[in-house]
Design a binder for this molecule. Structure first.
Ligand code: SF4
Length: 161
């Protein structure tokens, strides 16, 4: 519990604490790559030395949702796999973020049919959409930087601490 200048619990330290925690969080992203289709090749490219997402503190993927705070949904999501995606998201602890990587994850891509989810935001909340089919690695890095800006400015809620 923070204490203000007059001993009033609450407000005074909040913005500084938010800034420090936001800075720490944005450079310690543990991403869970939920890779289903061809966009996965670009994800691998981003993770390798030429583009090196380690510079942004996101270099260590976790394959357990309980150890992840960033869900990277990479590729086409079918209605059959949609419950699995929702379950993975549910198992991640707060605070957590979601990136829709590519046209398929963002809006169904070229697959306007009965089998394909027309955007993962119909299943789970999405923080950043990365356009492209597939996205260029530079576009992915741009998405990560935008996510970091969002994380930095996110207000701390009691459930997060
Ligand atoms: S957006 Fe394009 S490259 Fe990515 S999974 Fe869909 S069809 Fe494949």
């Amino acid at each position: 519990m923070e204490v203000g200048p007059e001993g009033i619990p609450g407000v005074a330290m909040t913005s500084k604490l938010d800034a420090i925690l936001g800075w720490g969080r944005k450079y310690s992203l543990f991403l869970y790559p939920f890779v289903t289709a061809c966009c996965g090749m670009e994800y691998m490219s981003v993770a390798c030395a030429h583009y090196d997402i380690d510079r942004f503190g996101a270099g260590l993927p976790r394959f357990s949702p309980r150890q992840s705070d960033l869900l990277f949904v990479v590729g086409t999501v079918s209605h059959k796999i949609a419950p699995v995606l929702h379950r993975v998201w549910e198992q991640m602890a707060e605070p957590k973020w979601v990136v829709a990587f590519g046209a398929c994850a963002s809006a169904g891509g070229p697959y306007h049919n009965y089998a394909t989810v027309q955007g993962i935001d119909t299943i789970i909340p999405v923080d950043i959409y990365i356009p492209g089919c597939p996205p260029r690695p530079e576009t992915v890095l741009d998405g990560i930087i935008k996510l970091q800006q969002k994380i930095q400015t996110r207000k701390i809620e009691l459930k997060d601490v």
